[in-house]
Design a protein around this ligand. Structure first.
Ligand code: 15L
Length: 265
């Protein structure tokens, strides 16, 4: 794979992937709505708003694979989610199809299945249980990825990312954390594995408290190097007691599920 487009390159995951993928591909083409002023060797920059099809199409020219990290990354009002993650996502796949791109890494989220209780392991084929508008948009993206694989032969790896960070920041994240290098490993599998058509994996490290069955990732060769449990003592020492009146502590999505929740009066 020679030329890889990274959308959302100025964001936290985008910036980490720039670092992790340095020198791996001939050209890492950075795209973001914000300017990037430290473009390094092997990188180029395109200013792109994913809702702007023209700019997206220009950035997509000559690209072999796309890592799509742009978009709304937390819960928001419908207009915002719609613009970024529905219109933007559709534009992304259309621009990829028009440009003859063969692979897309789609960053789905644990929030596509955020209303599953924590007392079971959720696999890649589980029916969606989104915990908000954002979660719905992430499920939509997976469906678009499936359509573009089956109809237009664009291979997609959908990574239901837990929480990508330097280390797990609270008890919930001990179950869903992914380190930067483990996430980069999944991204590379998605771009380079010969047999990706439409696959869903969980973007989590080797976490003892995981709520996910990540068998598909392991079958594709994923060997995570980091473990949330290594941070468990320090995380649990500062954890505040959970509020039993809230739904968040009982389901995967945590505070995302709590927002606007009207059950359990
Ligand atoms: C997500 O999908 C978000 O993009 C990220 O910001 C975190 O909030 C994460 O989920 C999480 O569930 O912790």
């Amino acid at each position: 794979m020679k030329t890889v487009l990274l959308t959302g390159a100025a964001g936290s995951i985008g910036s980490a992937l720039r670092r992790e993928l340095k020198g791996v591909y001939g050209e890492l083409r950075l795209a973001d709505i914000k300017a990037i002023n430290d473009v390094g060797p092997g990188e180029t920059f395109h200013r792109v708003d994913v809702a702007d099809m023209g700019a997206l199409s220009a950035a997509m020219e000559g690209v072999d694979g796309v890592i799509h990290m742009a978009g709304q990354s937390v819960e928001a009002d419908w207009d915002t989610v719609h613009r970024q993650n529905i219109v933007g996502l559709y534009n992304l796949y259309e621009a990829a199809r028009n440009a003859g791109v063969r692979r897309v890494i789609y960053p789905s989220s644990n929030h596509a299945v955020g209303f599953y209780p924590r007392n079971r392991r959720v696999g890649a084929r589980a029916v969606f249980r989104p915990d908000g508008r954002y979660g719905v948009s992430k499920a939509f993206g997976e469906l678009v990825a499936a359509l573009y694989a089956d109809k237009y032969d664009i291979g997609s790896l959908c990574i239901r990312i837990g929480n990508a960070n330097d280390k797990p920041i609270d008890k919930r994240r001990l179950s869903i954390w992914v380190s930067w290098r483990d996430l980069a490993q999944l991204v590379r599998i998605g771009l380079e594995h010969p047999d990706i058509h439409f696959e869903i994996v969980y973007g989590v490290s080797d976490n003892e408290r995981s709520w996910f069955d990540n068998a598909t990732a392991y079958q594709l060769g994923y060997r995570p190097q980091d473990r949330a449990e290594d941070y468990a003592a320090e995380v649990l020492a500062r954890e505040q007691p959970e509020d039993p009146a809230k739904v968040g502590p009982r389901v995967i999505g945590g505070t995302f599920a709590d927002e606007e929740y009207v059950g359990d009066p």
